[in-house]
Design a protein around this ligand. Structure first.
Ligand code: HEM
Length: 327
């Protein structure tokens, strides 16, 4: 009996110590732990999210209108770009057609004329399921209990029942594209743009394929190989360049600029910032992917972050993943 109560006391102490350690762990570190748990990771050398990718290089040519939006250097002259397309989740071998791999990702590094760079890091869906990093962790933790929890209602039902934007995100159709080059990508977080005259406005990026959006039915997608999107891009580039328009959706005065879960109305003005043209796959892409770390908050003069807490949380979460995958 005595032995049992000592064992119980030890267990309670261990649990208390563990919950104290969890409390002191940053939201970013807890999020990476949950992402790792969901993907059966950490997987050596791989990203904790958007683990599977393919890369290409090309250029960005600004439109005549771009400089009226921002004085950023790449809105005045053409620059080289490096792009990484990815499937969602931290599962390195996830089949490209698996619905869990959506939304897909597109990350663009604009190499600035006088050195340095700035990044776009977007997804193939206009909107984010939650408004704060705490809720993102809550959502992922609820997803992690699917099939394991016997609670009624299940944690995921509770979460979606109290977070309508997350429910809308989960339920929205997200068809697989025929190609990474026939899919639109959305920046989701707002930034503030300042032009040479000091005029400021908020906007959200979207990058749309010049070839148009082309999607597959679930039946067609399921018939494709596990890596069909990863393999299609280099094959498409052998046939010719792949171009996208880089656009900016401008906020109205009434629009919420610090909540990525609130989609702005379709009627908002959209300006064309320029054309992004991919010309070649990256030959040693797998090595290059490891070396690259995108960060949506490395910004040139003329672009500033909004106060969106999801945007502000991203660099730390990405740094934890980079630290893990660099070991
Ligand atoms: C709090 C919210 C978020 C967290 C915790 C998070 C977490 C992560 C992590 C850990 C990585 C891997 C980073 C690396 O190892 O280099 C990543 C990559 C990525 N994330 Fe997020 N993310 C968040 C929000 C977003 C949003 C709002 C978007 C898009 C609008 C996004 C799009 C992407 C993409 C496309 C990648 C892959 C970048 C690449 O190709 O290297 N994420 N995210």
């Amino acid at each position: 009996m005595k032995k049992h109560s000592i064992a119980l006391a030890c267990l309670l102490l261990a649990l208390a110590a563990q919950s104290k350690a969890e409390e002191t762990k940053s939201i970013a570190a807890q999020t990476i732990d949950t992402l790792n748990g969901l993907s059966g990771g950490p997987h050596a050398g791989m990203r904790a999210n958007h683990a599977k990718g393919v890369m290409a290089t090309g250029s960005f040519k600004p439109s005549a209108e771009a400089a009226s939006i921002s004085k950023a250097a790449h809105f005045k002259e053409s620059v080289d770009v490096t792009v990484r397309f990815s499937t969602g989740t931290g599962v390195p071998m996830i089949p490209d057609a698996n619905p869990n791999s959506r939304p897909y990702g597109m990350a663009v590094r604009f190499n600035l004329p006088k050195g340095g760079f700035t990044d776009f890091v977007g997804i193939s869906y206009d909107g984010f399921p939650v408004s704060t990093p705490e809720d993102f962790l809550g959502l992922l933790n609820a997803v992690a209990t699917i099939g394991k929890s016997t609670e009624k209602p299940a944690p995921i039902e509770k979460f979606l029942g109290t977070h309508p934007a997350a429910l809308a995100f989960v339920q929205a159709p997200k068809p697989a594209p025929a190609s990474f080059g026939t899919q639109s990508y959305f920046g989701v977080n707002a930034f503030e743009f300042t032009n040479a005259q000091g005029v400021k406005r908020f906007g959200r990026y979207r990058i749309v394929p010049v070839a148009g959006n082309e999607f597959l039915s679930e039946e067609e997608a399921a018939k494709r190989g596990n890596d069909f999107l990863m393999e299609e891009l280099p094959a498409r580039l052998e046939q010719g360049e792949v171009s996208f328009k880089v656009l900016l959706q401008l906020a109205d005065k009434s629009d919420v600029v610090n909540d990525a879960s609130i989609v702005w109305p379709k009627e908002r003005a959209i300006v064309e910032l320029g054309t992004l043209t991919l010309s070649k796959p990256v030959a040693n892409g797998k090595q290059e992917e490891k070396a690259l770390a995108f960060n949506p908050l490395i910004l040139p003069d003329g672009i500033s972050p909004s106060s969106d807490p999801i945007l502000l949380a991203r660099p730390l979460a990405y740094a934890v993943s980079v630290g893990q995958r660099s070991k």
